[in-house]
Design a binder for this molecule. Structure first.
Ligand code: CS2
Ligand code: MG
Length: 407
């Protein structure tokens, strides 16, 4: 047996160039480095600790080429399976090992996954406006940047804060800096009165061709979700996302019976097991699992394979908290996976592009992972060190009576 390369170090870099990112760096005896995204928004340090204390020591001395075996070792070996912290940690290792395999072979990861099945990956970005005129301006601005698919979110009359929108024209960022989460007030009835008209106004404004998406962010009951799906039927959405908290997936049957508005779910899922009945019962059209939080490239491909059988397509999560390393990984999967539909691309602040130098690129509504060996992203550790971790949390939401609800 030929002597294999060996993992000699696994280090965790926590950096905050405007927002927090956790990145795993695996180094081999032959001097190769692989990068993996381990960012779990608002719970970053839990993953950093899991990796440092419980995963890094197990990696030392292993063969970096054995990606699948390492995945199985970490997943089965933990005994306490699944969950965002565990699966994000495994995902980071998986990404770093695919990066190393690419660098060892001199190939971009998409070549190792079977090669391109398309030339470029369709992407959607966010348009946000506190009121409808501002939303239309925002949609126009994204169209001018070349986007062919746009997620539209707007403020709701009577509410001071709404998911996906900032009051100022500045870009939206879900996590707020500080040691405790911001508390928001949520009113579903007000949202349901406003959202269908606002989205219809966007459709009227843009005409039939632009793909429009909307995220309800887990806030509706099954019946509310069914009604919203019906009300949006004429708007012809590309998808309506996260209509209900999908812990109870049976409720989606009710939603499905009442609307053909395409449904997308899955950004908070961590394994194929949470996607299983949504896919095999065809309760969704798009599965949104993220390459970081669902165990890396190896596991996202399994989800894709199951979804392909049921004509469900992938539309992975890609907000600002999914780092440029994970975005690269998602794009390598996207370029080489037949049932990959669209990649969310919220974009990053300029500083993030400096800390994470990447080969992937955006042009004319599409993304491409680039042809550099591996994932094609290198973290500038010196620059990263200038931006230490800052506590930041996603908001929490209460109803008008003060009771907690889903944010
Ligand atoms: C989201 C995210 O992009 C999306 O579709 O729902 O903005 C999500 O709220 C954040 O990524 C949470 O970290
Ligand atoms: Mg979402």
């Amino acid at each position: 047996m030929s002597k294999h390369d060996t993992i000699v170090a696994a280090d965790v870099v926590v950096t905050s160039p405007g927002r927090n990112f956790v990145t795993l760096k695996i180094t081999t005896e032959q001097g190769l480095t692989g990068w993996g995204d381990a960012t779990l928004n608002g719970r970053e340090l839990a993953v950093a600790t899991y990796l440092r204390d419980h995963v890094a020591p197990l990696l030392i001395g292993r063969d970096p080429a054995r990606i699948e075996d390492t995945w199985q070792y970490l997943y089965r070996g933990a005994y306490w399976r699944r969950g965002p912290v565990t699966m994000t940690s495994i995902g980071a290792v998986d990404l770093a090992l695919w990066d190393i395999k690419g660098k060892t072979t001199g190939q971009p990861v998409h070549q190792l996954l079977g090669g391109p099945v398309r030339d470029r990956v369709l992407s959607y970005t966010h348009a946000t406006g506190w009121d409808v005129p501002q939303l239309l301006d925002s949609v126009d601005a994204q169209r001018e940047r070349g986007f062919r698919a746009v997620r539209a979110q707007t403020g709701v009359p009577g509410l001071d804060t709404v998911y996906g929108v900032s009051r100022e024209a500045a870009g939206y960022e879900p996590a707020g800096r500080g040691t405790t989460p911001v508390e928001e007030v949520w009113d579903t009835a007000a949202y349901l009165r406003h959202a269908p008209g606002a989205l219809a106004a966007v459709r009227d404004h843009v005409g039939p061709e632009l793909h429009l998406l909307h995220d309800a962010h887990h806030r509706l009951t099954p019946n509310e979700a069914a009604r919203l799906g019906q009300a949006l039927q004429e708007v012809d959405l590309f998808w309506l996302e996260d209509v209900t908290p999908a812990e109870n997936q049976e409720v989606l049957r009710h939603v499905r019976r009442h609307t053909t508005t395409p449904l997308a779910i899955g950004e908070v899922f961590n394994t194929v097991w949470e996607c299983q009945s949504l896919i095999t019962e065809q309760l969704i059209d798009y599965v949104r699992t993220c390459v970081t939080h669902a165990g890396g490239i190896s596991h996202l491909r399994r989800i894709a394979a199951l979804a392909e059988v049921w004509q469900v397509r992938l539309g992975p999560h890609g907000p600002s908290d999914v780092s440029p390393v994970a975005l690269a990984a998602s794009l390598h999967v996207g370029l080489s996976t037949p049932n990959f539909a669209i990649q969310e691309y919220m974009g990053y602040e300029p500083l993030v592009h400096e800390v994470f130098r990447h080969d992937w690129s955006y042009a004319d509504g599409y993304l491409h992972p680039g042809d550099a060996p591996g994932l094609g992203v290198e973290l500038d550790e010196t620059l990263a060190a200038r931006f230490p971790y800052e506590p930041a949390y996603l908001p929490v939401a209460r109803r008008r009576d003060g009771s907690m609800t889903d944010w």
